[in-house]
Every structure is written in structure tokens, then in C-alpha cells.
Design a protein around this ligand. Structure first.
Ligand code: ZN
Length: 93
């Protein structure tokens, strides 16, 4: 699944959800982070090769652990480490 899909869902629907539901601080902050991840409002940085032959402008990420664009890789790596430590692991689906 494209990580940007989650951002679009939040951007399109979170405001109307928030109007009809009480949203605690932490989930609200997570939603705000996801919606603002890698958009111009976050600012930007330029990555490039040391020779200066290539550079690209990248919008800054939110770095929130719940953001699928930022935290999904780290979450999967963490899960792999925990699975490696478990004596017996069975998924609970
Ligand atoms: Zn993010």
C-alpha cells in the first residue's frame, strides 16, 4: 500500500471526524504529523552528491512513529528484532 494513501485519508476526512468525535492529544498530534509529512509546510532540505552533479529538493518528514511514511521501516525492523528474540512466536491474526 502506498504510504501516501494514509496521508490522503487523514487529509480528506480527519477534520470532519474531529468535529464529531473527541480526539485526545496524542492521536491528534499523530494525525497532524501524518497530514503534514513531506509537504512544503514542513520545510525542505537538499540532498546531493558531493561532486555537485546531482541534487534534489526533499520536503522534511514528520518523524512520527505512527506515520507510515516515516515509521513503517523502523517499526518493521523493530518487530524483526523482537521476533528474533522470542522463543516461540505465533502471529495473532
Ligand atoms: Zn512522517
Amino acid at each position: 500500500m502506498d504510504a501516501g494513501i494514509v496521508q490522503k485519508i487523514f487529509t480528506d476526512h480527519f477534520e470532519s471526524y474531529r468535529k464529531s468525535h473527541v480526539v485526545d492529544t496524542r492521536p491528534y498530534y499523530a494525525a497532524e504529523s501524518i497530514m503534514s509529512c513531506r509537504i512544503p509546510d514542513q520545510g525542505y532540505h537538499i540532498d546531493g552528491c558531493p561532486n555537485g552533479d546531482y541534487h534534489v529538493l526533499l520536503y522534511n518528514s514528520c518523524k512520527h512513529r505512527s506515520c507510515p511514511q516515516c515509521g513503517s521501516i523502523e517499526t518493521e525492523l523493530w518487530l524483526e528484532r523482537r521476533r528474533g528474540q522470542a522463543l516461540f512466536w505465533t502471529p495473532h491474526f
